[in-house]
Ligand binder design. Structure first.
Ligand SMILES: Cc1cc2nc3c(=O)[nH]c(=O)nc-3n(C[C@H](O)[C@H](O)[C@H](O)COP(=O)(O)O)c2cc1C
Length: 203
């Protein structure tokens, strides 16, 4: 499917047909996420695929009334790995070696003190990690459209309850739950602000 068509046809889907997704389909979604860009190539995203009926029902109970989580054949639990920040020097080294900065002024940039240069507090660090995870999640969502699947971002859930249910370690911050499945609805496009309201112009 043309990217333009994918962008125009994607909808948040909240009613799903019950059929299970093939393992290859789930792999395709994960591959779309894996290819996402991230700051200093940190790749802080971690995903857990919830497909069992028992866990889907329990996961829905950890949300604030999002019952379609139980209905969707797959819910991807999308997490940011806080501990990935410690891997930054390694990622940067790898990135430099791959030639990412070759021919630019960044070739001579001292990355050894990068951590100090961009020092952020804990909240800013988490926001940074979450931005990166969100990009990967959206890549997965767009690939899903291409595969004929629907999905919906869900953030209305209890972090504590989901962590307990799935025995997720403290280093994983659960950014979103994203149910996937074949759509059993064809929603109209939702309202959007006009271009003039979001575009500040060209200078
Ligand atoms: C970050 C984010 C969080 C969202 N959280 C929820 C949610 O918790 N529950 C829900 O039903 N929809 C949720 N949505 C879906 C939005 O309501 C939806 O994207 C918006 O209304 C526009 O509709 P569309 O996606 O069909 O274009 C979320 C979307 C985003 C991007």
């Amino acid at each position: 499917m043309e990217l333009k068509t994918v962008l125009a046809e994607r909808r948040s889907i909240r009613i799903f047909r019950p059929e299970a997704l093939k393992a290859e389909t789930i792999q395709e979604l994960l591959e779309a996420a894996r290819l996402a860009p991230s700051g200093t190539n940190l790749q802080p995203w971690r995903f857990l695929a919830v497909t069992s009926e028992e866990k889907r029902k329990k996961l829905a109970e950890c949300t604030f009334g999002v019952n379609f989580i139980a209905q969707a054949p797959l819910t991807m639990v999308c997490c940011a790995d806080r501990s990935s920040l410690a891997t930054r020097p390694e990622r940067l080294r790898e990135l430099a070696l791959s030639g990412a900065f070759a021919g630019t002024s960044l070739e001579n940039f001292s990355f050894s003190d990068y951590q100090e240069k961009v020092s952020r507090d804990e909240a800013a660090n988490l926001a940074y990690l979450n931005i990166n995870v969100a990009i990967a999640v959206e890549q997965m969502i767009l690939r899903a459209v291409d595969l004929g699947l629907g999905s919906c971002w869900v953030m209305l859930f209890s972090q504590k309850k989901v962590r307990e249910l799935l025995a997720l370690p403290e280093n994983l911050f659960i950014l979103a739950l994203v149910p996937f499945g074949y759509p059993d609805q064809q929603p109209l496009a939702r309202p959007r602000m006009a271009l003039e309201e979001i575009y500040l112009g060209e200078v």
